[in-house]
Ligand binder design. Structure first.
Ligand code: 5AD
Ligand code: SF4
Length: 428
């Protein structure tokens, strides 16, 4: 989501500014920030400190901080950093040109207004050879999970008009695009509050009908709102990739209740079973929090147990981090840091095992890869992703970049797969 927002910042400023790769050359330096855990917030403060030297070398440099930490801190951020010119919140992106102008004229600017509507994004154009893009379809969240700062920094849930989404994606596909990831904090509840009644599965169906769109993904889904219609879409829509990110957070009902998640482990596992029935090859990934206030060893083991039962292909796991304004931050039974660290280590060891098993199952299969470019580790190799989202590296001609290729999976590694190109196969 932050990558998409950073791209949006570059787009709205496209008329006045070009991107530079050298920070020392910049006239304008914007830091996009995340407030989801304390660590990300600390990174912002230290980066901001280290940029003092840049400002000394180039006094005319305009330095700005945007995104969720900016939304949360507002004026305080400006007060804490005298070399900072501009603070803009999560909706301030759309007003950036005007805000930057004011900063250039010498004003120290703060814009953290969090209005309700979904502002019109700028007209997007894609350079030749861009095969993947992200499209934001909604912003904000109304769920108020007790650990989460998002509803406070991104505001109320608002959906974007379906016509604008379809037009944007049709233009991307017309320019040669192949894969789109739809973004929102809780895409399952897409459509609520729009004048034209539409559900998320209906939006997916409209996009699935766009000729040339080979791969459709989305993030993130809330398990409570995962409807039977959405589950069935995985078996029915040819463009919809066989992968779902479905954050469970915990496997213990007591913890889920105190998190205000609105489902039980039994509900969650029931949805996993339904997904596997509708789409047998589906890959599942999740988010997990360890050391939520009051989490006991027994609760934690329930999480490990659920991970095994759900058979996650991938998990993003975090130590609980108390966030300003959230209810869980005030819970009295906070878990000690060393217990969190121990649980995270054990959880990640289990997930490594599960991932390895999932990878091993793919060995020997022929699969479709969307080739993204050269592999990061070994430049003679190409790298891309399967429909089920695993990274595959293989040796093949450079002309395959941006195309779909058939690859036979030969080796399973902890974070990726190795494959052999099935000669002559490529489309798109
Ligand atoms: N502490 C730790 N992890 C958190 N997440 C959200 N809030 C917190 C927090 N306070 C995690 C959740 C969410 C992911 C994006 O970040 O697992 O799904
Ligand atoms: Fe945060 Fe996601 Fe819960 Fe919304 S649904 S409050 S974004 S964890």
């Amino acid at each position: 989501m932050n990558v998409a927002d950073s791209e949006l910042m570059a787009q709205v400023l496209d008329e006045e500014y070009d991107l530079t790769v050298q920070a020392e050359d910049a006239d304008l330096y914007l830091i996009n920030t995340c407030a989801i855990r304390r660590k990300s917030e600390e990174k912002v403060k230290s980066l901001l400190g280290s940029l003092k030297f840049l400002k000394q070398k180039r006094p005319q440099l305009i330095l700005g901080v945007g995104g969720c930490v900016a939304q949360q801190e507002g004026e305080r951020l400006l007060a804490s950093a005298p070399h900072l010119n501009l603070v803009f919140g999560t909706k301030g992106i759309y007003r950036l040109p005007g805000l930057v102008d004011r900063a250039v004229r010498g004003e120290r600017v703060v814009d953290v207004a969090l209005e309700r509507d979904f502002p019109d994004p700028p007209h997007r154009s894609w350079s030749q050879g861009t095969v993947q893009t992200m499209v934001t379809i909604m912003c904000g969240c109304d769920n108020f999970c007790t650990f989460c700062v998002v509803p406070y920094v991104r505001g109320r849930e608002t959906s974007r008009e379906p016509g604008a989404i379809v037009d944007e994606i049709a233009a991307f596909v017309a320019a040669g695009g192949q894969e789109v990831t739809l973004l929102g904090q809780n895409v399952n509840s897409y459509g609520r509050g729009l004048p034209e009644p539409i559900t998320f599965p209906q939006l997916l169906r409209r996009l699935n009908g766009l000729p040339g769109l080979n791969r459709l993904r989305f993030a993130t889904s809330h398990p409570r709102d995962l409807s039977p219609a959405l589950i069935n879409a995985f078996g029915e829509l040819s463009a919809l990739c066989e992968h779902l990110h479905l954050p469970v957070q915990s496997g213990a009902n007591r913890v889920l209740k105190r998190m205000n998640r609105g489902y039980t482990r039994e509900h969650y596992l029931g949805k996993v079973a339904a997904l596997r029935q509708a789409c047998p090859g589906i890959a599942l990934s999740t988010d997990l929090i360890v050391g939520f206030p009051g989490e006991t060893e027994a609760d934690f083991r329930q999480t490990l147990d659920l991970m095994r039962e759900a058979g996650f292909d991938q998990a993003f796991s975090f130590k609980y981090s108390p966030r300003p304004q959230t209810r869980a931050a005030t819970f009295p039974d906070q878990v000690p840091e060393d217990v969190k660290t121990d649980r995270l280590t054990r959880l990640q060891a289990l997930q490594d095992e599960l991932t390895q098993k999932a990878h091993a199952r793919l060995v020997g299969q022929e699969q479709e890869v969307l080739v993204e470019g050269r592999s990061k580790r070994s430049p003679q190799e190409l790298g891309g992703r399967l429909r089920t989202n695993q990274v595959v590296n293989f040796i093949g001609p450079r002309e395959l970049v941006g195309r779909l290729a058939r690859v036979s999976i030969t080796e399973a590694h902890p974070h990726s797969l190795k494959g052999r190109w099935v000669q002559g196969s490529s489309t798109g």
